[in-house]
Design a protein around this ligand. Structure first.
Ligand code: NCD
Length: 313
């Protein structure tokens, strides 16, 4: 049985196959509408979410399956003091697959150890968010036609932003990737990512403060929200929250085919006047999130691709 807890739980080739499956679902979604009939997905969300939970549920419903679960810690037995280990043992009796979001780093990994069904990490604290990364990869591939030889700028809260950590880890496996890490000093990428991923892999990167100066060289600009809920004091958040605001004016310095990604929710780091720019890819990213989650559910449940079966005949 397989889980997806860390983005590197899948090899580069396996991620390639997932993206191919997601692409084929996107071309012909109706071919997949009964693939997971009678299967159940449980979404266990101990932290707020709009997109991730709804897109997991939409993905399962699109595959003809069913969903159950809870949207917040307050309405689950966690509020009574139940451990993650006990909750997952119980939920394993109700569902065929689980997506879990938790404020504690490592909680989904712990759940996987006690689970009888596949567990997907839907975000654990400031750590990882592998399905957002799959979404980002599909968006990059569809926009740029490739996942290699790209200069990727990541901007904003690179310290607490789990989507940033997962994306760097995953993209570092492709050829010719260069990172430009744009953040205030206080919100730099954690040391373990710099050392264990970038330096250990000999991946070129620069750490800079100015978005404007970095703009002209970027193929991808990944904007992020300052993660208010992970700050220890309000003062620091208030001081740092407006560090970067992407505007239509700043976009003038970017390449004509740069793509702007954002995992969403946006607060104010992308001005509304960027939304109409054809380089804005963040709402397309949301749609891609449903396709990759459909592909991931199929893969973890070992459900055959009906299109591949037809082509094989
Ligand atoms: C992200 C998350 O939860 O980490 N949102 C998402 O899943 N799309 C990003 C964020 O909350 O800023």
């Amino acid at each position: 049985m397989r889980h997806m807890i860390d983005p590197l739980d899948f090899s580069k080739e396996e991620i390639g196959s997932l993206l191919t499956l997601a692409g084929s679902i996107c071309e012909d979604p109706t071919a997949y509408q009964n693939v997971a009939a009678h299967k159940k997905l449980a979404t266990l969300f101990y932290e707020p979410s709009t997109r991730t939970r709804l897109s997991f549920e939409a993905a399962m419903l699109n595959l003809g399956g069913h969903c159950l679960g809870f949207p917040s810690e307050n309405v689950s037995s966690a509020a009574k003091g139940e451990s993650v280990a006990d909750t997952i043992r119980v939920v394993s009796c109700y569902a065929d697959i689980v997506a879990m979001r938790h404020p504690k780093e490592g909680a989904p990994l712990r759940a996987a150890r006690y689970s009888r069904v596949p567990v997907i990490n839907a975000g654990d604290g400031g750590h990882q968010h592998p399905t957002q990364t799959l979404t980002d990869l599909l968006t990059i591939q569809r926009r740029k036609g490739r996942l290699d030889h790209l200069t990727i700028g990541l901007c904003g809260d690179l310290k607490f932003g789990r989507t940033v950590h997962s994306l760097i880890k995953t993209m570092a496996r492709y050829e010719g990737i260069r990172f430009v890490l744009i953040s205030p000093e206080e919100l730099r990428v954690p040391e373990y990512i710099i050392k264990d991923v970038l330096e250990a892999g000999g991946i070129p990167y620069t750490e800079v403060r100015s978005l404007e100066n970095a703009m002209p060289e970027l193929d991808i600009l990944y904007m992020t929200r300052v993660q208010k809920e992970r700050f220890f004091n309000e003062e620091d958040y208030v001081r740092l929250k407006n560090s970067y605001i992407l505007t239509a004016e700043k976009m003038k310095a970017a390449k004509p085919d740069m793509a702007v990604l954002h995992p969403l929710p946006r607060v104010n780091e992308i001005a509304l006047d960027v939304d109409d720019d054809p380089r804005a890819a963040y709402f397309e990213q949301v749609q891609n999130g449903v396709y990759v989650r459909m592909a991931l559910i199929m893969t973890l449940l070992g459900l055959p691709d009906p299109k591949a079966a037809k082509e094989g005949n």
